[in-house]
Each structure stands twice: as structure tokens, then as C-alpha cells.
Write a protein that binds this ligand. Structure first.
Ligand code: FAD
Length: 401
């Protein structure tokens, strides 16, 4: 029963689980090819910024936590120039409070300063089991969930951007009691925030459990027990992966015309770059079918503007908390995925139809945002693909017992 496929409508979306299931294999195949192309596989991230919230000593020494970077000579020079030109400098004051950060008011995330940091080939550093665990990892997750603290009066009283330092209780269960955040008393925006985070967490756990290393034998193989304990035993966690997938496909569908006009240089030939564009168009085509999310139900009513600001602030903090992840590879994928979701939120909640016009606003998204958006969608789609593989393993295990 744990591995059963959920059915029916996906709350806050205009989509159901069955529709996502029926398109996911095709979506996954297309995305899987797309993320291998040069444009989408190289990502620039500043992985060595200090944790802004607490003294982080929990560095993971496992070999699997390390990443390999790419020499900049392998990267098309135009990327660097275009990445930098797409970003506006923040005010002097803001730069002083957040060193090494570029920030635009419309953004849901803090993007790394693109003059710092290294290029990483994401395909050479897959998100999988690294052995990063314990208080450091728990503290990061706990503070991400702690950001789910909304309230107009609370916000008005304290507009400080930094979350308070988190004190870890003896058991994580205490901190994450918000697992029941789905109560009808909770405001819709808070529930959506929780679902986004919980879905991302469940997706990361699914990757860890599917590409799991037995630390005694050193062998890699899917670990069903890990998946059941972390994801499948909590059906809502699994459902939130679908939720995140619908959110991101809706963003891709909405930004479709802009993505179709984007310059995907990187392969070294016109034909190669055109192929990348055609692959993007295939993904947009599927996204237009699956991506049925009703963003208009959020941030409505009297305090809409304040609530949206609050939501944005919380999500920005989540992207900053990534600098506190004590494992390079986990931090890399944490940055990619929180930036990907942040970009989707920006597309859904910040941009009107006019802003989305590629001719009027050609600098809307940086390359980094486009790469993060597509790679995050790929992660989510891959998680659902892995979930189906786990269902098969479950069925085989049950049969042989
Ligand atoms: P954790 O996953 O650490 O969860 C802590 C607590 O949160 C649980 O006890 C539970 O109460 C609650 N919880 C768990 N899942 C959910 C959910 N979906 N929704 C709501 N509540 C939940 N490790 C790797 O091996 N590879 C990686 O690539 C990797 N990337 C990471 C990226 C980030 C940003 C972070 C913070 C950690 C990452 N880790 C990674 C570590 C990994 O996520 C776990 O923290 C670690 O494996 C320990 O797992 P755990 O079972 O103790 O529970």
C-alpha cells in the first residue's frame, strides 16, 4: 500500500495524478536528453560562501560529497558576458549586508555573484547518496521548515531578513511537527510553501534512496527500505513531488514563448544549438499539457501584496540557507533546485504577460535561471520515474516472499 500510486486531483492545481503519470515517461525522456546538452549541463555556482546564519563546522569528508569543477576555458566565452549583463547591481546597502550576492527585487532567490564561483558539469556530479547526514543536515532541513512561519502581523513586527538561529531539539520530529500543516486553518500560501519544500525534500530523498551506496560493500543499488522509510510511508510527501512537478511545468509552459526565443549556444555548431532549441520546444509542448496550476488562487485579497513579499522573503532565505549545507555536492544540487523553484515562482507570481514577451524583455532570465529551472524539472520528473521503479521492486519483493 505504501507504494500505491495516488489518484484524483492534486490540490491547488488544475491537474490530477493520473495525467502527470501518463505524461511523465515522455517528459522524463525529453528532459533527460536535454540536460546532457552543453547549454544545460554547465552550471556556475559559488560553492564556498560562508553560512550566513550560523558557524558551520559539519563538513562532509566523504569522497562522494566532493565535486569536480570544469576549467573555464571549456566554457563558451559568451555565457559569462551574457550572464553578467543580465544582472543588475543591488544597492550599496544590500551588497554590504549580503556580500557576494546579486539580487533583484522580483527574484524569489538570491543568485550567486556570477563573477565568483566555478562552472560545474552537473552530469558529472549526479545527485545521489553521499553519506552527508547527522546534526548538520538536520539543522539545515529544520531551518528551511522554520521559514514556514507566516503571519501578516508577525511580518510587520519583524522585517529582519535573517531567520533566527535554530536551536535543534532532541528529536527532529519535534521541529517538523508542521508536517500537519495541511489543516484547513492554515492559510493557502503557507500550505503551498510547505508543499514546495516537503516535495523538494522528498525528491532529494528519492534520489538518495534510488542511487544508494551500501557503505559496507561499496555497491550502488536502489534501496527500497530507505525509500519506504523516508518517502512512501508518508503518502503526502510523495504527493508533493507531483505538486512540485506541476508547479514547474506550469512555469515552463507560461515562459514557453520566451524559452523558444532563447539563444542556446554551446554546442559549437548552429545545427547543434538548433537541436537544443528543438528539445526545449518538445519539453514546452508536454509542459503545456501537464502544467495546469492555478496560480491565480494565491496572493489574493486584502493583504496579498504583503503576503507575497513575505513568501518571497522566506524563499530567498531558503536559497541562502544552502550555503550552510556541509557537503559540496549536496550544496550544489540544493542551490540548483532552490534556484529552479525560485525561478518558477518568479515566472508565476512576478511577471505579467507583457513582461513575458521575449521581444519586449529579452533579459528576463539569466542563463543560470534557465538552467536551474530545467534541471530542477528534470530532477522532479526523474524522482517520479524512480518512484515507478521502486513500485516494480516492491511488487517483485512481495511476490518472492
Ligand atoms: P532527513 O532527510 O535529514 O530529514 C530530517 C527530518 O525531516 C526527518 O526526520 C523527518 O522528520 C522530516 N522529513 C523528512 N522528509 C520530509 C519531507 N519530505 N517532508 C517533510 N518532512 C520531512 N544527502 C545525500 O546523500 N545526497 C544528497 O545529494 C543530499 N543533498 C542534500 C541537500 C540538502 C539541501 C540537504 C539539507 C541535505 C542533503 N542531503 C543529501 C542529506 C539528506 O537530505 C538527509 O538529511 C540525510 O540523508 C539524513 O536523512 P534522515 O533520514 O536523517 O532525514
Amino acid at each position: 500500500p505504501h507504494c500505491q500510486q495516488p489518484t484524483g486531483p492534486i490540490e491547488t492545481t488544475l491537474c490530477d495524478f493520473e495525467t502527470v503519470e501518463s505524461y511523465n515517461d515522455e517528459l522524463y525522456t525529453q528532459l533527460h536528453d536535454l540536460v546532457q546538452t552543453p547549454f544545460f549541463k554547465y552550471y556556475r555556482a559559488d560553492l564556498y560562501r560562508e553560512c550566513p546564519f550560523w558557524q558551520e563546522n559539519g563538513y562532509c569528508m566523504n569522497r562522494e560529497c566532493a565535486i569536480t569543477t570544469v576549467d573555464e576555458s571549456e566554457i563558451p566565452p559568451s555565457w559569462r558576458a551574457s550572464e553578467l549583463s543580465r544582472l543588475e547591481l543591488p544597492s550599496e546597502d544590500l551588497r554590504n549586508t549580503i556580500p557576494g550576492c546579486y539580487y533583484r527585487d522580483s527574484d524569489f532567490c538570491f543568485l550567486d555573484d556570477l563573477s565568483e564561483g566555478d562552472y560545474v558539469d552537473l552530469t558529472a556530479n549526479p545527485e545521489r547518496f553521499t553519506g552527508y547526514t547527522g546534526p548538520s543536515a538536520h539543522r539545515v532541513w529544520a531551518s528551511i521548515y522554520e521559514e514556514n512561519c507566516f503571519g501578516i502581523s508577525e511580518w510587520a513586527l519583524s522585517s529582519a531578513p535573517n531567520p533566527a538561529p535554530v536551536t535543534l531539539p532532541d528529536s527532529m520530529t519535534g521541529v517538523l511537527r508542521s508536517e500537519g500543516a495541511d489543516s484547513s486553518r492554515t492559510c493557502l500560501e503557507k500550505r503551498v510553501y510547505y508543499k514546495i519544500i516537503s516535495g523538494l525534500h522528498a525528491s532529494i530523498s528519492t534520489h538518495i534512496c534510488y542511487e544508494f551506496m551500501n557503505q559496507t560493500t561499496g555497491e550502488w543499488s536502489p534501496n527500497l527500505e530507505c525509500f519506504i522509510n523516508r518517502v512512501a510511508a508518508y503518502p503526502e510527501r510523495l504527493q508533493y513531488i507531483y505538486f512540485d512537478l506541476v508547479l514547474l511545468t506550469r512555469a515552463v509552459a507560461r515562459i514557453g514563448p520566451y524559452l523558444s526565443a532563447y539563444d542556446y549556444c554551446g554546442t559549437g555548431t548552429h545545427k547543434g544549438d538548433d537541436d537544443t532549441l528543438n528539445q526545449v520546444k518538445n519539453v514546452i509542448g508536454i509542459a503545456q499539457t501537464v502544467g495546469k496550476f492555478d496560480e491565480t488562487v494565491l496572493f489574493r485579497g486584502e493583504n496579498a501584496a504583503i503576503l507575497k513579499e513575505e513568501f518571497k522573503q522566506h524563499f530567498r532565505n531558503v536559497t541562502r540557507i544552502m550555503d550552510c549545507v556541509g557537503c559540496d555536492k549536496c550544496r550544489l544540487w540544493g542551490k540548483v533546485q532552490t534556484s529552479g523553484v525560485g525561478t518558477a515562482l518568479k515566472i508565476l507570481f512576478e511577471l505579467d504577460e507583457k513582461a513575458l514577451d521575449p521581444h519586449l524583455n529579452s533579459n528576463l532570465l539569466s542563463r543560470s535561471e534557465v538552467v536551474a529551472l530545467i534541471n530542477t524539472l528534470h530532477r522532479l520528473s526523474e524522482s517520479l520515474y524512480f518512484v515507478n521503479e521502486f513500485r516494480k521492486i516492491w511488487a517483485e519483493t512481495a511476490q518472492s516472499e
